[in-house]
Design a protein around this ligand. Structure first.
Ligand SMILES: [Zn+2]
Length: 164
């Protein structure tokens, strides 16, 4: 059995939500944020919600070619990822959609900033982005320490997931 494809499961008990992500994608994110250390780096999640909206299944992670970053900022050029997202949407007959954002906080903390909160809030409120429960992942990867903290935006709050 190839353990690389085993999904990791995160749970948010209050909202009864679960995130499933293959550990090869966690590894992909870890590699990218380590490569850009000590600057921030990130991208988006692609996947789908189960029919009952209780499980977010992440199928891929994308990152932009064009971005502005520093140890405390990461701004991606939106159009850069949109073409890839559109292609995945079409090729999967509308199954694969945008699920949320991920970026690193190279020197911590693994909690979100006020700016992160405002950014995910505006995504949730954007009528063009059809996502009810956008995810946010803060990646803290420094030396041998790795921590991926997942949040979901719901009713003006970010709810924190625990690894199952
Ligand atoms: Zn941040």
């Amino acid at each position: 059995m190839n353990s690389i494809y085993k999904p990791i499961s995160y749970i948010q008990e209050e909202l009864d939500l679960r995130i499933l992500i293959p550990d090869r994608l966690i590894e992909k994110m870890r590699k990218m944020v380590t490569k850009h250390f000590p600057n921030e780096f990130g991208g988006i999640f692609v996947g789908y919600y189960s029919d009952n909206k209780k499980e977010a299944k992440i199928e891929d992670v994308l990152w932009p070619n064009q971005f502005i970053n520093s140890p405390q900022t990461f701004i991606r050029v939106p159009n850069d990822i949109n073409a890839a997202l559109k292609r995945m949407y079409n090729e999967s007959n509308g199954r694969l959609i945008y699920l949320g954002e991920w970026h690193s906080h190279p020197l911590g903390p693994d909690s979100f900033s006020i700016l992160d909160f405002e950014a995910i809030k505006s995504i949730a409120q954007d009528k063009k982005i059809k996502i009810d429960l956008p995810l946010l992942c803060i990646c803290f990867c420094h030396r041998e320490k790795n921590n991926f903290r997942f949040y979901v935006y719901h009713e003006n709050q970010l709810f924190n997931f625990e690894k199952e």
